[in-house]
Design a protein around this ligand. Structure first.
Ligand SMILES: [Zn+2]
Length: 269
C-alpha cells in the first residue's frame, strides 16, 4: 500500500513530494518562476553539485546570489549543501541584516557581502573546501603560475589570502585586497571562494580552480612545470579578446587585460 499522502494519477501512485518537485521543475523550464524563486532553485542545484563533486563535506560551504534592491540570498547555516530545499534560503541586506528566512544565514555571509561591495559586476558567490585546492591553501601556496593555457584565458591567477578566522571581520579584510583583480581566491588554511556574473559562472570557476590545483599537483610530482613565456601569454591574450570578450559586460570598469592578470610575465615590449 502506498503512503496516505500519495496520490493516484492514471493508475500510478506518485508521492506528493515528487509531484511538488515535478511542478517546480516544470515551472523552472517554463520560466514562470519569479527571479527570487529561480535563485532559490539555483542555490539548491549548485549546492547539490558542490556536494556531489566532493567540494564540501558535512555542512561546509555556502553560496549566494545578489537580488534586486540591495539584497542577497544566501544558503542557511548548518545545512548540508546536498540536502537543502528552496525555502531554506535566507535573504539579507548588504549590511548582513536578516530580511527573510526561517534559519540563520551562513556564518560566512560577511565574506560574500565584501565581494558584492567591491564588485558591482558580480551577482553570485560560491565558497567551498575542494580537497586539492584547499591543500595548496593549507601549504601557503597560491595557484598563480601560468602553466595551463586554458586557465590563463578563463580564470587568471588564483592568489592566496592570508589566514584569518572564519566568520570574522578579519577574514573579510584578508580577501578584500584581492577581490577586484581576480575571480577566485584561496583562503589560507581554509578553502576557496569564487564569484561571477551568475551562479553557473561562479560554480564553474570553483570546478576550474580545483581542476587546476590537481593539474598543478600532478605537474609538480612529475617534474618542473614549464611556465608559459611572455610571447605565448601575448598570443593567449589575443585569443581571449577574440573568443571570450564578446559578451557585453555589466561592469563599469573595462575587462581585465592579461597583463593585469599576469603582470610580471605578460609585459609588452
Ligand atoms: Zn569555509
Amino acid at each position: 500500500m502506498g503512503h496516505w499522502k500519495d496520490i493516484m494519477l492514471r493508475g500510478a501512485v506518485i508521492p506528493l513530494q515528487q509531484m511538488a518537485m515535478f511542478r517546480e521543475q516544470v515551472a523552472v523550464l517554463r520560466g514562470s518562476l519569479s527571479s527570487e524563486d529561480r535563485a532559490r532553485h539555483e542555490l539548491v542545484r549548485f549546492g547539490a553539485l558542490l556536494h556531489e563533486n566532493g567540494f564540501v563535506a558535512a555542512t561546509d560551504g555556502n553560496l549566494s546570489v545578489r537580488l534586486e534592491q540591495g539584497r542577497v540570498m544566501i544558503t542557511p547555516s548548518g545545512f548540508s549543501k546536498g540536502m537543502m530545499q528552496p525555502e531554506d534560503m535566507v535573504v539579507v541586506d548588504l549590511a548582513g541584516g536578516k530580511l527573510e528566512g526561517t534559519y540563520n544565514a551562513s556564518s560566512e555571509v560577511e565574506m560574500h557581502l565584501a565581494i558584492y561591495q567591491e564588485r558591482r559586476d558580480v551577482d553570485a558567490v560560491v565558497h567551498a573546501h575542494p580537497c586539492t585546492a584547499t591543500a595548496f591553501a593549507c601549504n601557503g601556496i597560491s595557484l598563480e603560475e601560468p602553466i595551463c593555457a586554458e586557465v590563463v584565458m578563463t580564470l587568471g591567477k588564483v592568489p592566496l589570502a592570508p589566514y584569518a578566522t572564519t566568520g570574522t571581520p578579519e577574514l573579510t579584510q584578508s580577501i578584500r585586497p584581492f577581490i577586484y583583480d581576480h575571480q577566485a581566491i584561496l583562503l589560507a588554511n581554509h578553502g576557496v571562494v569564487t564569484y561571477g556574473e551568475d551562479l553557473m559562472t561562479a560554480y564553474l570557476r570553483m570546478e576550474a580552480v580545483e581542476h587546476f590545483a590537481k593539474v598543478t599537483l600532478a605537474a609538480r610530482q612529475i617534474g618542473a612545470p614549464q611556465v608559459l613565456n611572455p610571447v605565448q601569454l601575448e598570443a593567449l591574450e589575443d585569443a581571449r579578446r577574440k573568443y571570450l570578450d564578446r559578451r557585453p559586460t555589466k561592469f563599469e570598469r573595462p575587462g581585465l587585460a592579461l597583463e593585469t592578470l599576469w603582470p610580471q610575465l605578460a609585459r609588452r615590449n
